[in-house]
Ligand binder design. Structure first.
Ligand SMILES: [Zn+2]
Length: 97
C-alpha cells in the first residue's frame, strides 16, 4: 500500500513539473487563483498557476477594444482562454497545448 501511495505522489509531482507549474505551492490547490482576468467580461483567473498570461495594453486593445480590460502596471493579465482568444485574433498558426 505504501509503495503505491508514494508512487502516485511521485507521478503527480512529475506531471506538475512537466506542465511547468510551481510545485512549491500548496498541495491542495484548487483551480482558482488570486488575480482576476484583466478582461472585464471574463470571470476566470489570470494567475500563472491557472495558465494566465500577460499582454501589453496594445495587444489587449487590438482584440477587446479600449476600456474593456483592466490595466495592471502597464500590462493586462489575462486568463488562459482569453490568451487563446488573443492568439487566435492575432495569429493564424495557433499553438494549442
Ligand atoms: Zn479571461
Amino acid at each position: 500500500m505504501r509503495g503505491i501511495e508514494l508512487g502516485f505522489k511521485e507521478k503527480a509531482r512529475k506531471h506538475r513539473e512537466a506542465s511547468g507549474e510551481n510545485t512549491d505551492k500548496k498541495k491542495h490547490q484548487a483551480r482558482e487563483g488570486t488575480m482576476k482576468c484583466g478582461i472585464k467580461e471574463c470571470d476566470n483567473w489570470s494567475d500563472k498557476s491557472t495558465g494566465g498570461r500577460s499582454l501589453s495594453l496594445q495587444n489587449a486593445q487590438d482584440v477587446w477594444g479600449e476600456g474593456s480590460y483592466v490595466e495592471r502596471k502597464g500590462r493586462v493579465k489575462v486568463c488562459k482562454s482569453c490568451y487563446r482568444t488573443w492568439k487566435k485574433e492575432t495569429k493564424d498558426d495557433m499553438e494549442y497545448y
